[in-house]
Design a protein around this ligand. Structure first.
Ligand code: F7E
Length: 326
């Protein structure tokens, strides 16, 4: 039975990836940070087959111990400070976890794996690295121009991954994933913030939602589709980097409109207030990815459309909020 170690097991992608790998017959181990992390109970309830091992991306020795205990065939680094807005408030923490954390994990793999290192490594790189985009659509060769401490930390992690592949022959892949959402998305991200608010407005529990820049454009896909691509990358004969995206882009405003419409509310502007607190010091205006390499080499294509994604998130949030009322 192959073994996978996942950092970021409590996040949206960690959960979908654990389900996917479990379905593929893997032993799945999740790295869990902190002393009595309350999220470990959620993992135990939702993903009972996942084994948890203590460790922290800020602590090299703990990563070595986790690898020695787990003896993984594959390591997926999904752990990060992943909220761009928070990265502006805590840039040093972001650099340490999202950036240096990659270096620590790669060092741990290098030290534990020895010569002819059998461990395959996946790094969660991000379309935020393209930032102030130099070309459209963005592909694996598009120059990087990050616009946030998060984006800068991801650039460091990305280059470090490529560097370990080239320096030590490590089987290290970097998936440059564009925004990917689901009913499991954290409430701090705009999509889930909106679908949760729509559900609460629909049920009369909330009057309005305060948002920032509605003009930003994102290439939004479904997280469940994107974790399949992570696994496919590590199953190739050679390690490489891949853009994972849908190839279509929508403004935040379009997402908002569609989410309200999915709940049967057409006059969405009545319920949205613009609040400057949600604007960022520097914005990424437009992202749209070219995933043709992933399609060609991995045979990967996204399955869920934008409309299906928005509707599924709204439906799920109405269900969640209804259940709370009972
Ligand atoms: O913002 C605008 C905001 O926080 C999307 C992360 O997974 O994807 C994600 O990063 C857009 C931005 O995601 C609000 O200004 C307007 O333009 O949902 P988001 P993100 O920053 O694109 C990439 C690929 C990652 O790697 C990241 O880890 O929406 N926006 N009003 C707002 N955003 C938020 N969060 N809240 C608002 O009220």
């Amino acid at each position: 039975m192959p073994t996978a170690l996942i950092t970021g097991i409590t996040g949206q992608d960690g959960q979908y990836l654990a389900e996917h790998l479990h379905g593929e017959g893997y032993r799945v181990v999740g790295l869990m940070t902190g002393q009595h992390n309350p999220r470990s109970e959620t993992v135990a309830a939702d993903l009972p087959y996942v084994e948890l091992v203590p460790g922290d991306l800020a602590d090299l020795a703990s990563l070595i111990a986790a690898l020695e205990y787990t003896q993984p065939d594959e390591v997926y680094n999904l752990g990060a400070i992943s909220f761009v807005a928070l990265s502006f408030k805590q840039p040093e923490l972001t650099a340490n976890i999202t950036g240096l954390g990659v270096l620590r994990l790669l060092e741990a793999i290098r030290l534990v794996g020895g010569v002819d290192n059998p461990i395959r490594f996946y790094q969660a790189s991000s379309s935020e690295m393209f930032g102030k985009v130099r070309e459209t659509p963005q592909n694996e060769l598009t120059p990087l121009h990050p616009r946030s401490p998060y984006g800068s930390a991801k650039v460091f992690g990305h280059h470090t991954t490529v560097n370990y592949r080239e320096s030590y022959g490590l089987f290290a892949c970097s998936g440059i994933l564009f925004n990917h959402e689901s009913p499991r998305r954290g409430l701090e991200f705009v999509t889930r913030k909106v679908t949760n608010a729509v559900a609460r407005i629909k049920l009369g529990l909330q009057d309005e939602v305060a948002l920032g820049n509605l003009d930003a454009k994102r290439d939004w896909g479904f997280a469940g589709d994107y974790v399949r691509a992570m696994h496919l990358m590590l199953r190739q004969p050679e390690p490489d980097d891949y853009v994972i995206a849908t190839g279509t882009t929508h403004a935040v405003r379009d997402f908002v409109q569609l989410a309200f419409a999915a709940a049967g509310i057409d006059d969405w502007e009545r319920y949205v207030r613009i609040d400057p607190r949600f604007f960022r010091p520097a914005e990424v205006d437009l992202l749209v990815g070219d995933a043709s390499k992933a399609e060609r080499v991995l045979g990967w294509t996204p399955q869920m459309s934008f409309e299906e994604l928005v509707t599924s998130m709204v439906t799920s949030d109405i269900e969640i909020e209804r259940r709370k009322l009972k």
